[in-house]
Design a protein around this ligand. Structure first.
Ligand code: OAD
Length: 263
């Protein structure tokens, strides 16, 4: 690096990133917060502060009231469609370009990484854009959203599967469900083989996702965290960058390579 970055922890993290050869980036809801997509556990705006997860995000809830659950996820998908990637998403895409082979693992069910130029994130918790049949699991078309703006709390009957006529369900992982095995395996394998894991905007409270940085640390990788708040991952992080992703990540990329994010 030519110049000494103004913020010492950013400079330290940039030096680590600049030397890293095999990188995993793990993102959580904080990554998309500045795009206007709410997190789950933040004190005022978190979804689980305002909504009952048991009534909306469990297989039992969908069986009991499919219209309520489908309507809630329609509302969330609509909100994500209105959102745009923030400079943090673009900085992650830049890291992937700068360090080929970087594996992006996200707990987010939005598509903002893809829209920022990250080609193939591992979606640990599924996607709002991958509905499937609740009975035969075949993929179902994503509703095009032309039937008006879904309102918060509006009940919407789920479409029926074209093959078996069972209700279509959101393609996300609900409480009490296993993570998609292929995604989990890819994430654990990448974490086991990386030399640096960058964790961004996750509370580190939800397992098994929270295990991924711990696997990396146990096997000798350096962990760098971006989060404005303390989390249980603080103790395994070599550097904690306390700030919002949309500000910290472009500064990190700039300090590492001197040209800011692309796109
Ligand atoms: P949480 O809502 O638990 O945590 C969000 C984290 O983002 C917190 O640690 C915040 O401090 C941090 N944060 C907030 N704003 C930020 C910003 N601008 N930049 C960086 N960080 C910021 O979200 P997750 O950890 O992603 O699962 O939650 C994990 C899982 O719990 C979710 O995938 C979801 C939820 O239940 C399922 O739906 C299966």
């Amino acid at each position: 690096m030519d110049s000494i970055p103004a913020d010492p922890p950013v400079g330290e993290a940039a030096a680590l990133l600049g030397r890293a050869r095999r990188v995993v980036v793990l993102t959580g809801a904080g990554m998309s917060a500045e795009s206007g997509v709410p997190t789950f556990r933040d004190a005022l705006t978190g979804l689980w502060q305002r909504y009952d997860a048991q009534a909306l995000a469990t297989p039992e809830a969908f069986r009991a009231d499919p219209e309520l659950v489908w309507g809630w996820y329609e509302w969330r998908r609509h909100a994500v469609r209105q959102a745009v990637p923030n400079p943090g998403h673009r900085a992650v895409a830049t890291i992937q370009t700068r360090i080929p082979g970087t594996v992006l693992v996200t707990q987010n069910v939005d598509d903002l990484h893809e829209r920022a130029g990250s080609p193939d994130p591992v979606h640990l918790h599924g996607s709002l854009f991958a509905p499937r049949c609740s009975a035969c699991s075949r993929p179902a078309p994503v509703p095009d959203g032309t039937d008006g703006e879904p309102a918060d709390g509006r009940r919407v009957p789920p479409p029926r599967c074209a093959h078996c006529a069972a209700p279509v369900r959101p393609g996300v992982v609900w409480f009490g469900e296993a993570l998609p095995p292929v995604a989990l395996e890819a994430a654990v394998e990448a974490a086991s083989a990386c030399d640096l894991l960058l964790t961004i905007g996750t509370s580190g409270l939800v397992y098994p996702a929270a295990e991924i940085p711990q696997v990396a640390a146990r096997l000798g990788a350096t962990v760098v965290q971006v989060n404005p708040e303390e989390t249980p991952l603080d103790r395994i992080a070599e550097v904690n960058l306390r700030g919002p992703a949309a500000t910290v990540l472009p500064a990190l990329v700039d300090a590492a390579w001197g040209d800011g994010p692309t796109g």
